[in-house]
Design a binder for this molecule. Structure first.
Ligand code: GP9
Ligand code: MN
Length: 602
């Protein structure tokens, strides 16, 4: 009863699951109870002496699962999934983030243990589930089978209807049953058929052709043979661009650069649990990352048709520069697979206490040291530069503050402004150094925000900065990150097409004068004359020029007013298919069969 109650209270209050309707409450309570009966019921097989210990152990285990999710939710507004456990190797580097998320008052989550231990000491037999629920083992086995079947079928039905919103899945089947289902999905995805049938590709191609638009011929090859530098701007969101805090510009350099570049103001991040690495995956493959875990970790040996691989065929030298341990996100394995020739990581930089903060080397020092490598590259080159200073929890020494922190109850939000401002300064240094090295005039610069910086849990305070209420409509818009494309000799402009990270690869190919040919890409050229704005986020939210589908709600795109759900249906469905087909390619490693298929076609 204690575990049950605790799970319900925490889930409704902390996870913002919006369990509002009465049937949702009943569903959540019912599915959680089902899971608890199933697991506590196992105790009937134990010798009475061991039963209480088993119940205590189980309660502790479930409390740990619950609490781990509470901590994770504070920053990621998401639930932990099983493939993420393979990310535990990253934990060492994550420690700065984790310490900022654990609070002293969290002790409250463990208070009930006192009561339980007291009851156990009193040798009460109130935990004797056998007496309460089951007279015989058959009853237990029967109940368990029924509950397991319900949970897995329900999860399956939700997936079949392309339900990509984990919040809703947990809301329906409960937190613990979610793990039963997740385990089922985990074993299923790991055992995807080794063979693909002809049908897989034809369905995918049919879907993609339906939405494919021709790239803009006027832009074809305008950056031909130029070097390309793609900068991942850690946690930089669109809301800071062009904005001021206490009269000071937050991103003065990016604002200046935008005046001379193409700037996409309605560009959305589409990352999942693999965050920075998911963004890299999107940019380099025009495929969606997965809904569970980081694709860099779970599908590192797949066949891909990545951008660096294509560029190699055009004589490019491909590299990544990022001052973190090379194994983080399994990058040292994934990069060669994507066609990168060299990865400059932690050991290639001089890193000391003096030049580090938070997650490691400060961005300005990182850019300066990176330039020593870049200036020696064989041309043309394609380089991905991944910044780090503007990473949660946004630590920065006072002496590096170029703007005052914000003043609100959220320390995280307050600190975000000086770190964004600092990364902006690092980009200024990068551009200056490129100019000094004579590279600026023949290098196309692409900069994108990798994912959100300020989680929903800080929205109350963020609303104060934005000076407006953050309703569902504003919440959607807060998924926008900047995309800047600077092409030497071209003036550029601000473009408002609704787009996402998935669109970058086809755009770059066109600018570089590389025909799309056999590439399977889910994105479309950002400059295409036939382009229809579209972006699907990894949680199934869909943004188009007419409407927005979010959390089973349909909003008018222009004014955010709630409109009938049917109006969003075609776009919701398209978004769901996009994610479904992209996932299918990855889970089944379908590119392995694509080449054979093309040969057969010829
Ligand atoms: C890690 C860095 C940050 O190397 O890219 O990753 P994130 O936590 O943002 O995914
Ligand atoms: Mn990141």
């Amino acid at each position: 009863m204690i575990t049950w109650l605790k799970t319900f209270v925490v889930s409704t209050l902390i996870f913002q699951l919006h369990i509002a309707r009465i049937f949702e409450v009943l569903f959540f309570l019912g599915s959680t109870l089902g899971f608890l009966i199933m697991t506590y019921g196992l105790g009937i097989y134990l010798n009475v002496k061991w039963q209480n210990r088993y119940y205590l152990f189980l309660h502790c285990l479930l409390t740990i699962i619950l609490y781990a999710n509470v901590v994770y939710y504070r920053e990621f507004t998401d639930i932990i999934t099983l493939p993420m456990l393979s990310m535990s190797a990253n934990m060492g580097d994550l420690s700065t983030s984790i310490f900022a998320l654990v609070k002293w008052y969290d002790i409250i989550y463990f208070f009930d243990l006192i009561l339980i231990v007291y009851l156990l000491m009193k040798k009460t037999n109130c935990f004797n589930v056998q007496k309460i629920f089951f007279q015989q083992t058959k009853g237990y086995v029967f109940t368990t089978i029924i509950i397991m079947t319900i949970v897995i079928s329900l999860g399956n039905v939700l997936e079949k209807t392309h339900f990509f919103n984990r919040d809703q899945l947990v809301r329906t089947i409960g937190l613990y049953s979610f793990y039963v289902y997740d385990m089922f999905v985990h074993t299923q995805t790991n055992a995807q058929p080794v063979f693909s049938n002809e049908d897989d590709w034809s369905r995918i191609e049919k879907h993609l052709n339906e939405y494919r638009v021709s790239p803009n011929p006027d832009m074809f090859g305008i950056a031909k043979d130029m070097n390309v530098i793609v900068v991942s701007l850690e946690s930089v969101e669109s809301f800071v661009i062009g904005e001021t805090l206490y009269g000071e510009e937050i991103t003065p350099f990016l604002n200046e650069l935008i005046d001379d570049s193409f700037y996409f103001e309605n560009f959305y991040y589409q990352t999942g649990q693999g965050k920075t690495s998911d963004a890299e995956f999107l940019i380099n493959n025009s495929l969606y990352p997965l809904g569970r875990g980081a694709v860099f970790l779970t599908h590192d040996t797949n066949e891909y048709q990545a951008l660096p691989e294509t560029l190699s065929q055009y004589g490019y030298f491909n590299s990544v520069l990022h001052a973190n341990d090379k194994t983080f996100y399994n990058r040292d394995v994934m990069y060669p697979n994507l066609g990168y020739d060299k990865y400059f990581s932690f050991s290639d930089y001089n890193i000391s206490i003096r030049n580090s903060v938070g997650w490691g080397l400060k961005d300005i020092d990182f850019v300066e040291q990176s330039m020593n490598y870049i200036t020696k590259f064989h041309e043309p080159f394609y380089s991905t530069i991944i910044t780090l200073t503007n990473h949660f929890p946004f630590h920065l020494d006072e002496e590096d503050h170029l703007i005052e922190p914000f003043d609100s109850e959220s320390i995280i939000l307050n600190q975000y402004f000086p770190t964004v401002r600092y990364t902006d300064e690092a980009i200024r240094v990068l551009v200056e150094k490129l100019k000094e090295a004579g590279l600026y005039e023949n290098t196309m610069l692409v900069m994108y925000g990798d994912h959100y910086g300020i989680a929903n849990t800080h929205y109350e305070q963020l609303a104060r900065f934005l000076d407006k209420e953050i309703d569902l409509y504003e919440e959607v818009k807060l998924n926008r990150v900047p995309l800047i494309i600077h092409i030497p000799g071209i003036k550029g402009e601000v473009l408002d097409t609704i787009s996402g990270q998935i669109d970058v690869m086809p755009t770059l190919l066109n600018l570089l004068g590389i025909p799309e040919r056999d590439h399977t890409m889910f994105g479309n050229d950002l400059f295409s004359k036939d382009r229809k704005g579209f972006a699907v986020l990894r949680n199934g939210t869909v943004v188009t020029e007419e409407n927005i589908f979010i959390n089973e709600t349909c909003l008018n795109y222009k004014n955010g007013e709630k409109i009938p759900l049917e109006l969003c249906e075609p776009n919701r469905e398209r978004g769901a298919w996009e994610l479904y087909f992209s996932d299918k390619i990855i889970y089944r490693d379908l590119f392995r069969f694509k080449e054979n298929r093309l040969l057969v076609k010829e």
